[in-house]
Design a protein around this ligand. Structure first.
Ligand code: GDP
Length: 329
């Protein structure tokens, strides 16, 4: 594969090549990984506004991305939509998988939509999604939406690769009722109470007030300006409140950029991913090591038989692979 040519085509905004480039970075074949690293190094750095979006199934994420994304592309933005869904490998693509989702947005020339990479491990999915963000940015997308289902750990991963985090909620009910984990509330910059239309509108407005209060008690980020995190009502279906949501997000983004918060956050995120990459790479290399394969049957049998404690067995294996001198007391 001609990596410089691919990099050049991606940077030109060639969507077909962007899709191919993402396929390349999603591959776990060693030769492809090498090519992917070359590609990522060759691409220009064009940071976009990276927005993480989460919410339990049925809350209206795809409807929201469709109408919010359309509003943005019609205003001249170029929007990329990526997903982090560790379950998609098992269910055969639950998120963004079927073509009927985001029907209009997916056909718009200003938008690029990509389903979650089909890997069984959340860590793997998240790492590849982070690289896909870079590719989408290099291709000229100025807004990148990263969608995830509200199941806990994937939110943390997405928060570690985005600038802003949006949580979509349904009208009414407390956190428990909506299955929202406290940790997710803590990383949300903006809570959007969706379905604020028809009979649900009044409930939605009340829910916004409840969450606005709760958010301020829950988290006081001294790095953010007064009044954040925020809660707002939207109707993804009727495209109501979307402009307000965008104005709010843009204001927070601009503030964080001007105050240097954005740069510091991104630097810290990069270091987090360096550590994750080392961890994952180390694990992969050790798992492939033939010496471990030789050792394991015996160690497994002794640990299972109760003649050797698990910790001692693990230490034996690691000493054999890495040497005893590699760890300091
Ligand atoms: P997802 O699972 O979070 O992606 O949710 P969907 O976008 O598929 O929406 C789930 C259901 O909620 C669908 O039947 C939508 O039509 C409906 N829905 C989504 N947004 C709204 C909204 O703003 N108002 C109302 N009334 N229904 C909505």
């Amino acid at each position: 594969m001609d990596i410089p040519a691919m990099a050049e085509a991606v940077a030109r905004g060639d969507r077909r090549m962007l899709a191919r480039a993402i396929t390349l970075i999603e591959s776990s074949r060693p030769a492809d990984r090498q090519a992917a690293r070359e590609l990522l190094t060759a691409l220009p750095d064009r940071p976009a506004m990276r927005i993480g979006l989460s919410g339990t199934p049925g809350v209206g994420k795809s409807t929201f991305i469709e109408s919010f994304g359309l509003m943005l592309v019609e205003a001249g933005h170029r929007v990329a939509v990526l997903a982090v869904d560790p379950s998609s490998a098992r269910s055969g693509g639950s998120i963004l998988g079927d073509k009927t989702r985001m029907e209009h947005l997916s056909r718009h020339p200003g938008a690029f939509i990509r389903p979650s990479p089909s890997q069984s491990q959340l860590g793997g999915v998240a790492r590849r999604t982070r690289e896909a963000i870079r590719l989408c940015e290099a291709a000229g997308h100025d807004v990148v939406l990263v969608e995830t289902v509200g199941v806990g750990q994937s939110e943390t991963m997405v928060a570690d690769m985005t600038d802003l985090f949006v949580l979509l909620l349904a009208p009414g009910g407390g956190d428990e009722l909506q299955g929202v984990k406290r940790g997710i509330m803590e990383i949300a910059d903006l809570i959007l109470v969706n379905k604020a239309d028809g009979d649900l509108r009044a409930t939605a407005i009340r829910t916004v007030a409840d969450y606005a209060g709760a958010l301020r008690l829950l988290r006081k980020r001294n790095q953010d300006p007064e009044g954040w995190p925020q809660a707002l009502p939207v109707s993804a279906l009727d495209a109501q409140g979307l402009a307000e949501a965008w104005t709010a997000l843009s204001a927070l983004y601009d503030w964080r950029r001007d105050e240097g918060v954005l740069a510091r956050t991104r630097a810290a995120q990069a270091v987090t991913w360096l550590e994750r990459e080392i961890e994952a790479g180390l694990h992969a290399r050790l798992a492939r090591d033939p010496r471990l394969a030789d050792l394991m049957p015996d160690l497994r049998a002794r640990v299972a038989g109760g003649t050797l404690p698990a910790e001692a067995a693990a230490e034996t294996a690691l000493d054999a692979l890495l040497g005893t001198a590699s760890h300091t007391p």
